[in-house]
Write a protein that binds this ligand. Sequence first.
Ligand code: GLN
Length: 491
Amino acid sequence: MSSIITSLPLTSLIQQLRSGELRSVEVTTTYLDAIADRDAALGAFVHVDREDALQQAADADARRSAGQANGLLAGVPVAIKDVLCVTGQPATCASRMLKGFVPPYDATAITKLKQAGAVLVGRTNMDEFAMGSSGENSAFGPTRNPWDPERIPGGSSSGSAVAVAARLAPLALGSDTGGSIRQPASLCGIVGLKPTYGRVSRYGLIAYASSLDQIGPFATDVVGAAILLEAISGHDPRDSTSVNLPVPAHSQSVDQPLAGLRIGVPVEHFAEGLDAEVERTVREALAVYKSLGAELKEIHLPHTKYAVATYYLIATSEASSNLARYDGVHYGHRAEEFGGSLISMYEASRGEGFGDEVKRRIMLGVFALSAGYADKYYTKALQVRRLIRGDFDAAFQEVDVIAGPVTPTAAFKLGEKTSDPLSMYLSDIYTISANLAGIPGISIPCGFTSTGLPIGLQLQAAPFEEERLLRVARMFERETEWHLRQPASTL
Ligand code: GLN
């Protein structure tokens, strides 16, 4: 019975909750039991408050029985990345630095989820402060890929991706600064979407790199991602970068195919370093669109080769500034023992509180911003960022969406890249440009390697074209069954 509930497509789950065929308490209990049974081996959750989740579910059921207005996600459990503030729930960003922090307020995305009637079922593991591509940089220990527990699930939203892939939650929220939703979605065989910068309020999202961060949905299918995106989108006066545009009714429009579709295939995304099996699978996915009447057009994104360097200058510069607040006084862990001076207190507190990757990023960022170097590194990176955006603006004059791989390889082994940060950074090569340009991108399942590891297809669209992106993604999903496959342990 339990795997029947956890295998339901989101639309069926919503429908059965609406009709009263299923109660939220029953659904939530099923997921909580699945977490209790299977998460010890996966490490997807860092905090689950069973009683609180069941209370939220009982409230949702009571609202339904009383005939009160039913939100888009009434009674549906949603897992939350440990980077988002929820009143009364610990938020640690998987860092010792924030151990014991309990936010007194809700992120706007969380307020909207609550208004939509969702049940917040638990907090998910991640790379510390969202810095990483493998889920291994967590103070709670790594998350494992449900398709092969010896392999990484991707990062930084490792726990959110695994929660959905392993059917421990039907939906999850993550954050994407350089690929942290799309990359783990791809490596775990589910759908993950990074919205346009400004589409979803960042209020209450603990900052990594503020000009790149966006909150977005994970789901097992495109329709699920569309519904969750609709629930969390919209203008918010509390985030000056959130944009005042109407929120499209994705749940209504997602099933409408697009006629006369032009798909751009960037030569630079099929270059050196791309695994042959991934390339073949992605090209087969493109052939599906062709068979649906889409025109495939070769395009160029000439500044792609600078994207990794540009990103790792801008993201680390912003991070070094954002993370300066964790000094053991204003915020964060304070060392018990230190030399006695203020500086030694800072040093000891930050030295104990932050993990190695976070320290590396802070050092890179401080260097890139330092007097004498800022023009050469930070300012230069901003200029190149503009050129990268220009590549996309030019491409979208000719095509409706851009398609290609999400990652150069399928999931790698735990520990394989931990001693080589550069090769870890290179695994973000196809995802980070979207953050630099501020455009939306989605990863959808498009096949498997011969050893049974999932492969994703990335689609990207012009700013605020999420509706088009979702409709194009759904066209593929309707023709294929990749999204229906589940890891054996979940059946
Ligand atoms: N892997 C990238 C990084 O480590 C992206 C992380 C993210 O999107 N949060 O910075």
